[in-house]
Design a protein around this ligand. Sequence first.
Ligand SMILES: C[S@@+](CC[C@H](N)C(=O)[O-])C[C@H]1O[C@@H](n2cnc3c(N)ncnc32)[C@H](O)[C@@H]1O
Length: 232
Amino acid sequence: MAVDTARDESAKRLWNDAYVNGAENLWGDPPVPHAEKAAHLFASTRAFTVLDLPCGDGRNLPALAAGAPVLIGGDPSANARSVARRVLERHALDTRSVLLELDAYATGIPAGIIDGIFCWDLLGHLTDPGRALVELYRILRPGGRLVANMWTMRDCQVADPNIREIAPKEYIDHFDFYCRFYDRDDLDTLLAAVDMTAETVELAHWTEPPHTGYRDYVHDHESWVFTIRKAS
Ligand SMILES: C[S@@+](CC[C@H](N)C(=O)[O-])C[C@H]1O[C@@H](n2cnc3c(N)ncnc32)[C@H](O)[C@@H]1O
């Protein structure tokens, strides 16, 4: 899709409403498996600060907390952050964490100060993921890592009866969210366009429980999970 700033902006409002519609916890409690893996990677680089952007309602925050002494959860949605706050409190993480209103296109965070970034289930929703990648790379410290994912065409969302195709590999889902799915070549092309090379790329599968009010059935995801290391 051509870059569509208005669509990305209205998606932020839709997300905020989705968290209200989903009541307490839209995404369910279990972290995605790669949150724990990312935490190990961040810890192995002696990370001090890890950023989960977007953190949504916080399902991945407790797993990511193993990655660094200081945890930042960022999301544009106030409703999501209020649920995430309770997750942090429940896990006694509130004294070493902060939740911020952040947009991945323009975080306002000074350059080079974040040691590890986990960016899960966002880039495929953005009409200009390259711009978000450039911003995340900017705030990463030299030697720090970004871990992110991009859904493939075998992700469960493509088979959802209520999703509609608008172009090859591009869809609008039942909540009116834009979704772009990536073959491996598409991922490489995207990264090359922003002058980045993945340090690792892995094809990941995982199963999620129903998200009440959003996706009411058990479903299987497939994504490319990739790591970017900021040059020292
Ligand atoms: C599919 S959810 C994923 C949340 C979380 N990463 C997870 O795995 O549970 C997408 C999230 O992206 C957030 N979001 C939407 N637009 C954004 C933007 N421009 N920058 C950062 N986050 C955004 C939404 O508020 C929502 O919480």
